[in-house]
Ligand binder design. Sequence first.
Ligand code: C2E
Ligand code: CA
Ligand code: CA
Ligand code: CA
Length: 278
Amino acid sequence: AKRNGGNGIAVFEPHMGSDAGDQLELQNDLRHAIQRGQMTLHYQPKVDGQRGCIIGVEALLRWVHPERGMISPDTFIALAERFGIINALGNWVIEEACRQLAQWRTLGLHMRVAINLSVHQLREAGLAGRIAQALERHGVTADQLLCEITESIAMEDTQTTQRAFEELRHIGVYLSIDDFGTGYSSLNYLRQLPAQQLKIDRCFIRDLETEEDARAVVHAVVRLAHALGLRVVAEGVETAGQRDILLRMRCDELQGYFYARPMPAETLLAWARGDKPA
Ligand code: C2E
Ligand code: CA
Ligand code: CA
Ligand code: CA
């Protein structure tokens, strides 16, 4: 009962993993997925609006299950949160992203890597310290790492977010508010968060060419971000028309299938090299 997510990713139908046996099996599989080497990161380019070149990537977690194939994080992140293993998973992502950054650098590829953080990781004491240690272990500077936290998480638990952001900013990593526009931000709170970037949610980008409302929201968010001194990123850019509108609005960075899908690290290296011929 799987369908293909159009990304080579198996997406569970809503009923999957809902009966107790299946649930237990998945939970058990997930507990062992890291040690069995079934987790991997795919990387999706972020392209500079002005220059059109790659300036960074977002690391997106993939679980390659021996029987079920590639499973979408939309399915297993929620499971990992429920089963209390999200922090182990998150730590693996931090370690792997730092390792990959260091490897790319030895191959001459210099970029910023973005990772996604769960609210459970923000709540965990010592997150910033753990990230600082991982960076140091791999000889990577903090400014090469960017942490994406969704707006809804940031607003749901403002105290936790504020504290975590300040600690993360203190060690020098960059911070991004993800899926912006889907939560309900207090502008006063937003102003106080030490973030450097806003990422406009995909749903607004999808409707850019057809809906005046979506255009108005995106344009307003771009201006808001710039007024607050933040860079603004559009995610889910799928067409040249969307790109053109975003560039006219002075969106700083663009990300989406129009440029490239998330891909394994080796493919990304080749893509980035082809993008910038010597
Ligand atoms: P997100 O952070 O909003 O990531 C963007 C999602 O949109 C990714 O889905 C990406 O593959 C997809 N995407 C990118 N460009 C396009 C496009 O042009 N069109 C469409 N339709 N989709 C596009 P993915 O990889 O399935 O990840 C889903 C979510 O899972 C992510 O949403 C993020 O919230 C979460 N996630 C992924 N990796 C991690 C991780 O390492 N840790 C945590 N805590 N969450 C993660
Ligand atoms: Ca993200
Ligand atoms: Ca997003
Ligand atoms: Ca999202």
